[in-house]
Write a protein that binds this ligand. Structure first.
Ligand SMILES: Nc1ncnc2c1ncn2[C@@H]1O[C@H](COP(=O)(O)OP(=O)(O)O)[C@@H](O)[C@H]1O
Ligand SMILES: [Mg+2]
Length: 324
C-alpha cells in the first residue's frame, strides 16, 4: 500500500452506518430522504435501487459530506460525517454523476494533487499515480487534459481519483447510467475486483434492476425517501416468490375487452400489451394459468411463465413500474 495509513485501521464495525437519516432541502415541503437506516459491511457491494426522485443521490450526498443531514446520523468506520467531515473524507471515495475532475488539468495532475491533498509525500504520490494509471488503463492518456477525454475515460479517471487515498467505502452515483453496454460490463468487473481483491465496500445507486440483481450483494429498494425492503437479491425475490409474470402470445393484438377481463382476474396486478404480446403480473401462480387461458379464449397461441425479478418486487411493493 502506498501513502499514509488510514486513521482508524482497527475499526471492526460496519463500514457505513446510516441511522434514521432525514434530508429536507431548504424551501421544500417534503423530505427527500425520510428516515433511512442501513449498514454496509466490509467488502460488500450495496445497491440503492429506486426510481428518479427516490432520494438515492441525497443519501449519498449526506454520506459523503456534500450535504448536511436534517436529522439522523451517518458514520463511516465509526466517524460521524457531520461532525468530523475532513476525517470522514479520508475513509470515503466518491464518483458523482457529474464529472468533478479539474478540467484544466491533466489526468496525472488530477491524481497527483489529490494524493498530495490527502497527505502523500511527493514520492508516494508519484508511485500511487503510476499504480492507478496502470490499473485503470490510463497510462497513455496521463498527460491529456481532462476536458479532452471521452465520457468513459473521464469516468475511469474519476474512479482512479476516488480510490487514490485508499478509502474503505466507495460511493458511485448511477455509475453506468451513461455507459454503453460493453463499458458497463467492464465497470461491473472493476467494482467486483475492488471488493474481491481489496475488500473495498461499494455503495452504488442505480435505477436498473438488472444491475442491482447482477452486481450487488445486497440491495435496498427505495421509493419516496424511504427504504421499502433490504436484502440480497435472492431474498427480495423470494419474498415475492408467489408473484409470477405470464407472457401470452395471441393470434392478433388483444381487444380492450380481453385486456379488461385479464385485469379483473383475481390476483392480477398489472397487464401490459405490445402488438400480439400480453404480459400479466399476477400475485400468485396458483390457479393463474387456467384463469388467464379462459379470459383470453380462442386467440391464444402460446404462454410462458417466468420467475420474479427485482422489478416484480418493486411493482408488488408500490403498484408502480420502476420506469414510471
Ligand atoms: N437541491 C435540492 N433542492 C430541493 N429539492 C431537491 C434538491 N435535490 C433533490 N431534491 C429533491 O429531492 C428528492 C430526491 O432527489 P434525489 O436524491 O436526487 O433522488 P434520486 O437520486 O433517487 O433520483 C426529489 O424529489 C428531488 O426533486
Ligand atoms: Mg440521483
Amino acid at each position: 500500500m502506498t501513502g499514509p495509513e488510514k486513521t482508524a485501521p482497527s475499526w471492526a464495525g460496519p463500514r457505513l452506518r446510516v441511522e434514521g437519516l432525514v434530508k429536507r432541502y431548504r424551501g421544500s415541503d417534503r423530505n427527500a430522504v425520510d428516515g433511512v437506516s442501513l449498514e454496509v459491511g466490509a467488502g460488500e457491494i450495496f445497491g440503492l435501487l429506486g426510481p428518479n426522485g427516490a432520494g438515492k443521490t441525497s443519501t449519498i450526498l449526506v454520506s459523503t459530506t456534500r450535504a448536511r443531514p436534517t436529522a439522523g446520523k451517518v458514520t463511516l468506520d465509526g466517524i460521524d460525517v457531520a461532525v468530523h467531515g475532513s476525517r470522514a473524507r479520508r475513509h470515503l471515495g466518491v464518483v458523482t454523476q457529474v464529472n468533478t475532475l479539474d478540467r484544466s488539468l491533466s489526468v496525472w495532475e488530477n491524481l497527483y494533487f489529490h494524493c498530495r491533498f490527502f497527505g502523500f509525500s511527493r514520492r508516494e504520490a508519484k508511485a500511487r499515480c503510476r499504480d492507478l494509471l496502470d490499473r485503470f488503463e490510463l497510462a497513455d492518456r496521463s498527460g491529456d487534459r481532462v476536458d479532452h477525454l471521452s465520457g468513459g475515460l473521464a469516468q475511469r479517471a474519476q474512479l482512479a481519483r476516488a480510490l487514490a487515498h485508499h478509502p474503505s467505502v466507495l460511493f458511485l452515483d448511477e455509475p453506468t447510467a451513461w455507459l454503453d453496454p460493453q463499458s458497463r460490463l467492464a465497470l461491473w468487473d472493476r467494482v467486483r475486483a475492488l471488493r474481491d481483491q481489496e475488500g473495498v465496500s461499494v455503495v452504488l445507486t442505480t435505477h436498473s434492476m438488472d444491475e442491482a440483481d447482477r452486481l450487488c450483494d445486497r440491495v435496498a429498494i427505495m421509493d419516496q425517501g424511504r427504504i421499502l425492503v433490504c436484502g440480497t437479491p435472492e431474498e427480495l425475490k423470494r419474498a415475492v416468490a408467489a408473484a409470477v409474470t405470464v407472457e401470452l402470445r395471441l393470434k392478433a393484438p388483444p381487444s380492450p375487452e380481453v385486456l379488461h377481463r385479464l385485469e379483473a382476474l383475481r390476483g392480477v396486478e398489472r397487464v401490459t400489451s405490445e402488438a400480439d404480446k400480453v404480459e400479466v403480473l399476477t400475485a400468485s401462480r396458483d390457479g393463474a394459468v387456467p384463469d388467464l387461458v379462459s379470459a383470453v379464449g380462442e386467440g391464444l397461441l402460446d404462454l410462458s411463465v417466468s420467475e420474479p425479478t427485482l422489478e416484480s418486487v418493486f411493482i408488488s411493493l408500490t403498484g408502480r413500474n420502476l420506469r414510471d
